[in-house]
Design a protein around this ligand. Structure first.
Ligand code: KG4
Ligand code: ZN
Length: 358
């Protein structure tokens, strides 16, 4: 099935064309330069930029895929969660296109789509129509780590996901971005901290930063304590007499980045281990795969440790290609294709929503 995907939940205007789980085109127009000067995404500017860019981006995705708009058999759009003004642009464009082409419309949850990103490219043309979803076994344990979300899921199928836990404060990507600011790294923080942590000779045990566990049963996450500990390492502990921090040399910056990365990744791995031990209680049996997605799955250490965990547990790991970790529309089109193939449809009343559906 030839599906057009549209993604406008935050500051990336994206469109993609997917056929049978294969990405034919994926165009992402980032608004980084627009928001950089404010140190964060300005919602009003984001929605205006989406409005200007959405149709040229769709046209490019169609052209890059080597197809015509008339061949499109379904339109998929990320309708939640995100900035409401931004989401509305994508939802309106998707409705207009689906209506004018007389093809079905499907709304997908952006967070669920992050999990699906790792399926793209895994599909062989032989499992046509299934969007590649047939090539892993369920139930799977899903981890989404992005700038806005950090959650664990029981994935019974691509249309049945149950959230097992989520961050109670900062998202993992947000913590990376804030730690990067503390270290004086330029925007975008997460990827730059990752690069610094890989400096030859950087000692990831130089500083003992806290790994949150939140009690023995919890599958939730917390990153704010780690962020504060990092701040104290750099600026000193307020009110403490001997709280003056060591001088910030290049070597110490690299050590701090490596130590932060070690603790942040460990916090995610600890929860995956815990969930695997517990098993998919509602579904019975054991997990058959680990699925990871979201911007932070581009992190070199997280990728390595996820691969080690999967190997240790004898489970297949589904993780996106580097280009599909951060926000994109291919994951929206891919998940939309699976939903459409299973008979799901959205009505013309499909609404944008700021929160995830679960
Ligand atoms: O999934 P995404 O594009 O947006 C949301 O849906 O939130 O994720 C963006 C997040 C940012 O916080 C960014 O710093 C983080 O992913 N990120 C990384 C790396 N690449 C992107 N964090 C750590 N290491 C990386 N290599
Ligand atoms: Zn995202």
């Amino acid at each position: 099935m030839l599906v057009l995907g549209i993604e406008t939940s935050c500051d990336e205007t994206a469109a993609a064309v997917v056929r049978d789980g294969r990405v034919l085109s994926s165009v992402v127009a980032s608004q980084t330069e627009l928001h950089e000067q404010y140190g964060g995404v300005v919602p009003e500017l984001a929605s205006r930029a989406h409005l200007e860019r959405i149709m040229p981006i769709v046209s490019r995705a169609i052209a890059d895929a080597g197809v015509t708009l008339r061949e499109i058999e379904g339109v998929s759009v990320g309708n939640r969660p995100g900035l409401i003004g931004s989401l509305l642009v994508g939802v309106a464009a998707a409705k207009a296109l689906a209506w004018s082409l007389s093809v079905p419309l499907i709304g997908v949850d952006h967070v669920h789509a992050h999990l699906f990103a790792g399926m793209l490219g895994r599909a062989s043309s032989s499992n046509a129509g299934a969007g590649g979803a047939a090539s892993i076994e369920f139930p799977a344990l899903g981890l989404v780590v992005s700038g806005g979300h950090t959650s664990l899921y029981l994935v019974r199928s691509w249309t049945e996901l149950k959230r097992l836990g989520a961050t109670i404060d900062d998202a993992m990507g947000e913590a990376f971005d804030k730690a990067a600011v503390i270290l004086g790294l330029p925007f975008p923080g997460g990827p730059n901290l990752d690069v610094l942590a890989q400096t030859p000779g950087a000692d990831d045990r130089a500083v003992d930063l806290p790994v949150s566990r939140l009690g023995t049963e919890s599958l939730d996450f917390s990153f704010s304590g780690l962020k504060t500990a990092m701040l104290y390492e750099v600026r000193g502990v307020p009110g403490k007499l001997d709280g003056t921090p060591p001088a910030m040399t290049e070597a110490r910056r690299a050590d701090l980045a490596a130590s932060f990365q070690r603790a942040a990744v460990k916090a995610a791995i600890v929860k995956l281990e815990r969930a695997i031990e517990r098993g998919p209680r509602d579904a019975g049996g054991a997990y058959r795969a680990i699925i990871a997605g979201g911007g932070v799955t581009a992190n070199s250490r997280l990728r390595r440790e996820l691969a080690e965990l999967a190997k240790k547990r004898g489970l297949p790991l589904v993780i996106p290609a580097m280009s599909l970790c951060v926000d994109n529309a291919a994951m929206i089109a891919g998940l939309g294709e699976v939903k459409l193939a299973s008979g799901e449809r959205s009505g013309w009343e499909l609404a944008a929503a700021p929160t995830t559906g679960g």
